[in-house]
Design a protein around this ligand. Sequence first.
Ligand SMILES: C[S@@+](CC[C@H](N)C(=O)[O-])C[C@H]1O[C@@H](n2cnc3c(N)ncnc32)[C@H](O)[C@@H]1O
Length: 506
Amino acid sequence: MVLMIEFNALEKSARDRHIPVIFKEGITFIIAELKARHAHSLLEIGSAIGYSAMMMAANCEDLHIETIERNDDLYQEAKRHIQEASLEDRITLYHDDALSFDPQLLKGAPYDVLFIDAAKAQYRKFFEKYIDLVKDDGVVIVDNLDFHGMLEHPETIGNRNTKALVRKIERFRKWIVENDDYHVDYIPVGDGLCTITKAKHKLKLALHLNDASYLHDYLEMGVDRIIVAGPMSAYSSHKFSLEEIEAISARVPETYVMVNGLYDEHELPALRRLIDAYAKMNIKGLLFQDFGVLHYVKNRYDFRMMYAPNTLNTNYMTLNVLEDLGVDSAWVAKEIPLEEQIAIKKHTHLPIMIQGHGVQYMMSSKRHLLKSYAKAAHKEFNQDNVILHARESDYATHIYEDERGTTIFSVNKLYTLDLLNEMSVFDYLYIETNYMSAIEAIEVTHMYSECLKALNEVGVQEYVHKMKDYLPMLREISKPLDRGFLNDETLYRLEDVKRRDNHGAM
Ligand SMILES: C[S@@+](CC[C@H](N)C(=O)[O-])C[C@H]1O[C@@H](n2cnc3c(N)ncnc32)[C@H](O)[C@@H]1O
């Protein structure tokens, strides 16, 4: 056992040389936490001269530590101290950059504890790279979240680089606190620690609202997110006025608004005015597909930004780029099979929404196709309910036209009530209510909500039991149903569409 006095000398020597080792109160808290958890394995990012690793090993008998340090001099010094203290069998030291380090080399995963104490600007990258190596009931401890009090008093920072660094720490803090997958406790000791534990992952319900008079019922059912269309929204047959949206957002903490058109230059002033108006309401997030929307919001407003193009997100690398751009969540393309959607989700940390029920978007045009056709063909029809039958096929689609152009939706509705267990890797299940009556929307949402509750709160057996009860009712209430593209190769191959129509439709 190493003597306490040696640690004091080690700490002093580090501070004299401006090597930022952890504060005494900080390491005391961590040791208490390790003991309370009976921790056996810990991964540390940022060893410096080995002070914190040795303190933890010396004070927690059964603990094995692996620690990564990229600086050569510090690595060599840490190695020497660990040898001198005869702690080599308890502490494994790696000399590498933790961001390029091959995690396969680690021996102790999954870990009880991950301790992140390296380059502060990279906290999120460290976190995302190593979080999967932490046990489900493990903990991540992050040091320096106060950054010498500067986070609370940014006006005191003169240096530009420090300012940028503080901004990055703040961004990490905000990101992790607002991330539903984790629970964060802030510990005001030393230079500010936080402990992060994994929340039980749940698939939540997001609803495209088509009638605000049932808002109360939806909230009672446990719908987590309400998505509304307003002026300048695309792909929605029901649009709310600004006053209505303000009233909805006052009642629903998770209100998202569709600002999801592709906008022309001349529309930008109106678009900016609209976003300014939303910023005065209690709106949590915006659905967008035009990057002009992201550009305008970024550094100006605090909306959560969901990238929701209808067809474009078909691989995880796109999603990772979006994440780097500050996008908070995304919707994966609906035209790819479920298997591929799940693979995408597994490779990205971005929260993903996926359609669970309702008509599916097929295509859209900025042009007014119905009006043009009516004019050219000298025909008149009820533009709210035009159904097109494709030539040489009995495949039917809704055509919907508004001031943003023309959208084509499937007539059949996608259903996934019996796939919720497979889909539970996703973050939000979206109920699309275009072409649904208010009653159909209520009843359908109720069934999904009950099945999700059973799955999330009780277990798979209870869910299967409920789902089997509900499925025949769902088929009665919401028809015609099909699997959309979940089982198909692609929408774009005629054989796939035909195969689906002949065998998959119910
Ligand atoms: C705050 S010090 C660590 C102090 C140490 N945990 C202690 O309390 O005794 C941060 C260390 O992280 C190292 N570091 C920074 N970025 C790193 C990276 N990407 N990979 C590995 N080490 C890194 C630095 O060289 C520095 O030694």
